[in-house]
Design a protein around this ligand. Structure first.
Ligand code: ADP
Length: 162
């Protein structure tokens, strides 16, 4: 069985992520969407909330598992018996970070490949941070995130703004 992991912050999951997940399930027997818990990164949503959103949005996508981890990504991949780490590429500015990360991971775990899927043009402008900014100012999120995520963003900012 060929297993891949798709690691990220998913704070929150967007249509861009969803597209990468759906496309990777065509390439692997199982794709584990895994939230990388990074204490240095300040997230808007708690880990539990991010997991719930993944579950809501990925409920009907076959061959997908949802998880979270706190270790090095390649160590997690090894634990799960994965042969590949999937990452999405949007803009040229993604490339530099992803390049360094992929080479570092290759050094640590030569048997695990990083596989880059190019974003679909219509999702290329979507990022979790842009989504949060649009949500903060009450803008339209229809083409950026699935409805359950939009509802959570609205609720979160209502709570924050009081
Ligand atoms: P991280 O903090 O690891 O970058 P993200 O949740 O922001 O986590 O993103 C996870 C992965 O999804 C990254 O490889 C990122 O480049 C990719 N990604 C994010 N948004 C999109 C998009 N709109 N289209 C394609 N890939 C994307």
């Amino acid at each position: 069985m060929r297993i891949a992991i798709y690691p990220g912050s998913f704070d929150p999951i967007t249509y861009g992520h969803l597209d990468i997940i759906q496309r990777s399930t065509q390439l692997f027997d199982k794709v584990i969407v895994a939230i990388a818990e990074n204490p240095q990164k300040q997230a808007l949503f708690t880990l539990a909330e991010r997991l719930e959103m993944l579950r809501e949005v990925l409920r009907d996508v076959p061959r997908v598992e949802i998880d979270a981890y706190q270790s090095l990504t390649v160590e997690y991949a090894r634990r799960k018996g994965a042969c590949a780490v999937i990452r999405g590429l949007r803009v040229i500015s993604d490339f530099e970070n992803e390049f360094v990360m992929a080479l570092t991971n290759k050094k640590l775990a030569p048997e695990i490949e990083t596989l880059f899927l190019m974003t679909e043009a219509r999702y290329s402008f979507i990022s979790s941070s842009a989504v949060k900014e649009v949500a903060y100012y009450g803008g339209c999120l229809k083409d950026m995130v699935p409805p359950p995520v939009e509802a959570r963003l609205r609720a979160k900012f209502r709570e924050i703004k009081g």
